[in-house]
Design a protein around this ligand. Structure first.
Ligand code: GLU
Length: 309
């Protein structure tokens, strides 16, 4: 495992920031359209040593789809593998994350995997709690544990903006309710889902979550178990097969590390035996991945030979 130095982060971020011009900030969630494409940041949380960072590393963004890894871990801890995989599959879909197509044409109603929206909605529906408030609290508690930061909360403006416009996610949820994959109130489910997606972190906090996964579910500072190792392994495997939307295959070849992307422009990645690396740049390519983040990971992974394959 080649060492990563802060100067590497500065060097490559400086080198790739220009790519922001090749993408577009997500605007289907109105509040995300306000993000500044020129903002970018990166942090590496190693299993040994202190966090290093470059760019606007104090800047907070919403984690969006990266939350799907966390809710999957939570549902697996709360209900076990059998219950979770009764509701959601384990296969890549090759469709865009918001697609409804396969819900209708393949084994009716069961989403392909927990990283696409349909699968993530089915997983979030399983989180314990008597109401949406308690369910959101369960997710926040886990994120606070993983970041070692009790202050973590969600961005109310982004959550509200997505809740008011999440017509496609409501459609996915109603479709699955019809097929018995989802139970209870769809409105409450969308409330929890939009709040988990709006959890607000900076790259240093996100890199720490990656470091927990790199450490097989143990706290990178204390080594205390936070997530069972078999659950961490399942989450990392989904990040490899489905974490970068329908660019996951290309990413596996070109970068070759577990990573999860969100439409805010954040990517959480895991360096085996090394730590967690988070990169942020809100300008997205046509698949929904941060253009700066993708370029950064490609360059650094090739230089440091990170590929697990
Ligand atoms: N909240 C977003 C949605 O459901 C998350 C999508 C993403 O980051 O991929 O549309």
């Amino acid at each position: 495992m080649t060492e990563i130095l802060e100067k590497d982060l500065h060097h490559w971020l400086e080198h790739v920031r220009i790519y922001a011009n090749n993408g577009k900030v997500a605007d289907y969630i109105p509040a995300l359209a306000n993000q500044q494409p020129e903002i970018n940041a990166v942090a590496y949380f190693p299993l040994e040593g202190d966090v290093i960072h470059a760019g606007q590393s104090e800047y907070s963004f919403t984690i969006q789809s990266i939350s799907k890894v966390i809710t999957l871990a939570l549902a697996l801890v709360q209900h076990g593998e059998n219950a979770v995989f009764n509701r959601v599959g384990k296969e890549p879909s090759s469709d865009p994350f918001y697609s409804i197509a396969k819900l209708e044409v393949e084994s009716p109603g069961k989403p392909f995997n927990p990283m696409i929206n349909a699968g993530a909605l089915a997983v979030t529906n399983m989180i314990r709690g008597r109401n949406s408030e308690e369910m959101v609290e369960e997710v926040l508690q886990l994120v606070r544990l993983l970041t070692n930061d009790e202050e973590v909360y969600y961005d109310e403006e982004v959550a509200k903006s997505e809740f008011e416009t999440a017509f496609l996610n409501r459609s996915l949820a109603y479709f699955m309710k019809q097929n018995g994959i989802i139970t209870g109130s769809v409105e409450e489910l969308i409330d929890v889902y939009t709040k988990q997606c709006a959890i607000s972190l900076n790259v240093k906090q996100l890199a720490r979550i990656g470091a927990v996964f790199a450490n097989d579910g143990r706290d990178p500072d204390t080594n205390n178990p936070l997530i069972p190792s078999h659950v961490a392994r399942i989450c990392k495997t989904f990040m490899v097969t489905c974490g970068m939307y329908n660019a996951s295959g290309t990413f596996a070849i070109e970068v070759g590390i577990p990573a999860k992307s969100g439409v805010s422009g954040a990517i959480m990645s895991i360096i085996k035996g090394g730590g967690g690396l988070a990169v942020f740049g809100p300008s997205l390519d046509e698949r929904g991945n941060s253009v700066v983040g993708m370029q950064f990971l490609q360059k650094l992974a090739q230089e440091k030979r990170w590929s697990i394959f």
